[in-house]
Design a protein around this ligand. Structure first.
Ligand SMILES: C[S@@+](CC[C@H](N)C(=O)[O-])C[C@H]1O[C@@H](n2cnc3c(N)ncnc32)[C@H](O)[C@@H]1O
Length: 214
């Protein structure tokens, strides 16, 4: 996303922020040829960005992980110049995301799904009314959410996709006997194969494009 922003703003510059040193390292490698990009390992919720210094803040599936969303968005609002913009991509609730419901069903292996580990909720910004209230309270105006439905890419082929999906959902079967885990792995591959097409393994997904101004 940072590279895309930098290419759209050749006269300006783009700053990519992530908590994860690995994500920042990878992003730096990939952006090596772009002169107007820099990366910052920081917590976007509290980092003291220079006040009113950015035209636009964008986040693709990152902002929903804020622990204190109101304080975090107030911090970002202060970083954007008056008349600037905030643009977020956030997940719609999981029932509207075929990939979430399918992988949860497969990894539940016929039992009730185990409780999620205590972790931030990827659908925490899934309700447009709550998001409007939240962003307005944080200092943004004109908040609007547009629903987007796209086929989401999981891998080039079945094994590539299985590796990615098992890394996300594998915790659900960790306590189960080996033969049940083997059945889950086989069921997953059958489902992935049924979703393999010309453009790789893809499932339906639903997100909100949230836009606001300062
Ligand atoms: C699903 S990934 C999306 C990454 C990237 N935006 C993209 O589109 O590929 C979510 C990212 O948000 C980062 N993140 C979560 N909370 C954050 C925070 N408070 N400040 C900065 N980054 C955060 C995580 O480290 C993770 O890399």
């Amino acid at each position: 996303m940072t590279r895309a922003a930098a290419r759209l703003a050749p006269e300006g510059h783009a700053v990519g922020v992530d908590l994860s040193s690995r994500m920042i390292e990878l992003a730096r490698e990939r952006a090596a040829e772009l002169p107007n990009v820099r990366f910052l390992q920081a917590d976007a919720q509290v980092h003291p960005f220079p006040r009113h210094s950015f035209d636009v803040v964008i986040s693709r599936h990152g902002a929903m992980f804020f622990g204190d969303a109101k304080a975090a968005f107030a911090n970002l609002a202060a970083a954007v110049r008056p008349g600037g913009r905030l643009v977020l991509l956030t997940w719609q609730p999981s029932v509207r995301n075929e990939w979430v419901s399918t992988f949860r069903r497969i990894f539940s292996a016929g039992r009730e799904a185990p409780a999620s580990p205590p972790a931030p909720n990827p659908s925490s910004l899934g309700d447009p009314d709550q998001v409007r209230e939240l962003l307005t309270a944080a200092g943004f105006t004109g908040v609007r959410s547009t629903g987007l439905s796209e086929r989401m890419f999981f891998g080039r082929d079945v094994e590539d996709a299985a590796e990615f999906v098992e890394a996300q959902f594998g915790w659900m079967t960790r306590e189960l006997p080996g033969e049940v885990q083997a059945r889950v792995r086989a069921d997953l591959r059958v489902d992935l194969a049924a979703h393999l097409g010309e453009h790789g393994v893809r499932y339906d997904s639903a997100a909100w494009l949230v836009e606001a101004s300062t």
